[in-house]
Design a protein around this ligand. Structure first.
Ligand SMILES: C[S@@+](CC[C@H](N)C(=O)[O-])C[C@H]1O[C@@H](n2cnc3c(N)ncnc32)[C@H](O)[C@@H]1O
Length: 206
């Protein structure tokens, strides 16, 4: 598939003020229902996510059934990160302000990002950096539902349907060129009455 192109205004948001204000107060809540959370853990097991793992745009829960050997969690709120029982290390960083992390090249076996990719205004830079910090063959797994903070989601996502959102994330992978062909899956049945769960993932090439 060719790289995706994103029209003018795609990455605009209703609330374009600094994210640090929006995320200043800790939200010790879950953002999807228990069944969707269980689907995330099941997918991580199925894909054998273990070893040194980075949870990008994380909070106080990381949804693994069993914690990986070493889990680094990067997010916006220090109190949320401090409350994460699986975290071995935490980093507060605004990826919309500074999309490149300071982690060493090839330092993680896998990177995950749960119900958050819709908030990235510079996703191609973030996906390129994720490829940099992943070891060759490492997976980047993005999961999402249809719930969000609407003022903070990029317009291209806000006005897309579920299938288009899967293609948006696949497009982020294809446009950064360091990945094998992304896989997209609906992890909950089409007639599911709770929060739906979608996943898009790819393996770093090279
Ligand atoms: C809906 S919550 C999801 C949290 C967690 N991943 C989960 O599964 O429960 C969105 C998360 O994205 C993070 N986030 C939002 N904007 C961010 C940014 N600009 N840079 C880094 N993290 C961000 C916030 O810290 C917040 O924890």
């Amino acid at each position: 598939m060719p790289p995706a192109s994103f029209p003018r205004g795609f990455f605009d948001r209703d609330d374009d003020t600094a994210d640090r204000s929006f995320y200043a107060a800790p939200r010790l809540v879950t953002h999807i229902d228990d069944h969707a959370i269980a689907c995330v853990g099941e997918l991580y097991d199925e894909l054998a996510i273990h070893g040194e793992v980075l949870d990008l745009m994380g909070s106080w829960v990381s949804h693994f059934r069993r914690p990986p050997q070493r889990l680094t969690v990067l997010g916006m709120n220090a109190a949320e990160l401090a409350a994460n029982p699986m975290a071995s290390a935490t980093v507060v960083q605004d990826l919309n302000d500074e999309p490149a992390t300071t982690f060493a090249d090839r330092s993680f076996d896998a990177v995950v990002c749960c119900v958050s990719v819709d908030y990235l205004v510079r996703p191609l830079e973030v996906f390129a950096d994720v490829a940099r910090v992943l070891r060759p063959g490492g997976l980047f797994v993005c999961t999402f539902s249809n719930r969000l903070f609407p003022t903070k989601a990029v317009h291209g996502w806000l006005y897309a349907d579920d299938e288009q959102r899967c293609q948006i994330v696949a497009g982020y992978f294809r446009s950064t060129g360091c990945w094998d062909e992304p896989r997209t899956q609906r992890r909950t049945p089409p007639d599911h009455r709770g929060d739906p769960l979608f996943a898009v993932w790819a393996r770093r090439t090279g």
